[in-house]
Ligand binder design. Structure first.
Ligand code: ADP
Ligand code: MG
Length: 341
């Protein structure tokens, strides 16, 4: 569906040439929810803007839905853009138009007749859950509702691809989740390909099938979301994964626990996929001569399975604790003994 080949984007700057996107190659499949994560300045926006021709690559080619976006201009590009919609962090709504009129706008541009427009707007209002707010102005809406208008407007002309540039970054966590649920719903119902960029691993975790990690214009890691969570390779990826797997207070808690657990060992278990659903702790207690204290844990869902992290304190004779740890290891669970360093 989307093919990015040997793409570079260089901006002139006072310090010389700035490589915003550097030698990127990516294939995104039809119907996929593909995430790109990176810190500010990594080149994410520049990359996504090359997918709808808002930026032209300095080198390389970008193909979307069979069209070489990096080559076409003028009316051909405008036509292509009807199939490649975008939503933004700050919504980019027309403030003097009502909800309905905002959603109708791209249909007017596309030359759709009034009756057909009205019908389509009504469908879209329902699809994004804005019934009753048709005549409100953007200033009268909450952030989540504004983004729903953004999404409805983006879907008006039945695009094949939806690009999301930090679409939930201005929203609180709860609203973020409801917008992400809506994106998953749209992806499933319409088979729409979604490319989203974010600096929040939570967003990737919740809705993406695959993820690319971007740093200094390059893609430094790429994989299925669950695999990346299970086995992050790069330092930057590990930091992003920790945003979600380890609550802020985990390190403090672990240190506090180590101080108070004079005997035995504190162990962190990492569960991925099916392992998260097995009664490992029950079996551990049944089959080993150790006491087990559950200290802290968290299990999260991704689009392709669950994963989680659990801290336990194992106490007993050293050999028994060793045996218990060997048992956990045999259960395809990540095991890390937490030490004081
Ligand atoms: N139009 C532009 N002109 C000059 N430099 C730009 C332009 N757009 C982006 N940049 C630079 O390119 C780099 C990547 O920016 P951007 O793609 O916005 O990153 P991100 O979205 O990951 O924060 C930054 O250093 C930014 O300052
Ligand atoms: Mg950006």
């Amino acid at each position: 569906m989307i093919s990015i080949k040997d793409v570079r984007k260089v901006f002139p700057s006072k310090q010389g040439q700035l490589k915003a996107v550097d030698d990127v190659n990516l294939e995104i499949k039809e119907g996929e929810i593909f995430g790109v994560i990176g810190y500010s300045g990594a080149g994410k926006s520049t990359l996504i803007r090359m997918l709808n021709g808002l930026e032209l690559p300095t080198e390389g080619s970008v193909t979307v839905a069979g069209r070489v976006i990096s080559k076409i201009r003028g009316s051909e590009l405008r036509k292509a853009r009807q199939e490649i919609s975008m939503i933004f962090q700050h919504f980019n709504l027309l403030w003097s138009r009502t909800v309905s009129e905002n959603i109708s706008f791209p249909l007017e541009i596309a030359g759709v007749g009034a009756a057909e427009r009205q019908k389509r707007v009504n469908e879209l209002i329902k699809l994004v859950g804005l019934e009753g707010r048709e005549n409100a102005y953007p200033s009268q809406l909450s952030g989540g509702q504004k983004q729903r208008v953004g999404i409805a407007r983006a879907l008006a002309n039945n695009p094949k691809v939806l690009l999301c540039d930090e679409a939930t970054s201005a929203l609180d966590p709860q609203t973020t989740d409801s917008i992400l649920d809506l994106l998953v719903d749209i992806n499933k119902r319409l088979g729409l390909t979604i490319v989203l960029i974010t600096h929040e691993m939570h967003v990737i975790r919740k809705i993406c099938h695959r993820v690319a990690v971007m740093e200094s214009g390059r893609i430094v890691e790429l994989g299925q979301v669950l695999d990346v969570f299970k086995n992050p390779q790069q330092k930057i990826t590990k930091r992003f994964v920790k945003q979600v797997t380890e609550p802020e207070e985990t390190k403090e808690t672990a240190e506090h626990l180590l101080e108070h657990c004079k005997t035995g060992r504190v162990v962190q278990l990492t569960f991925i996929g099916e392992a998260a659903e097995q009664p490992i702790i029950t079996n551990l207690i049944r089959n080993n001569n150790v006491t087990v204290n559950i200290l802290q844990g968290k299990i999260s869902q991704t689009q392709s399975g669950s994963y989680g992290s659990l801290f336990i304190h194992l106490d007993g004779h050293d050999t028994e604790v060793d045996k218990a740890i060997d048992y956990i290891r045999s259960q395809q669970v990540g095991v890390e003994v937490v030490t004081n360093e």
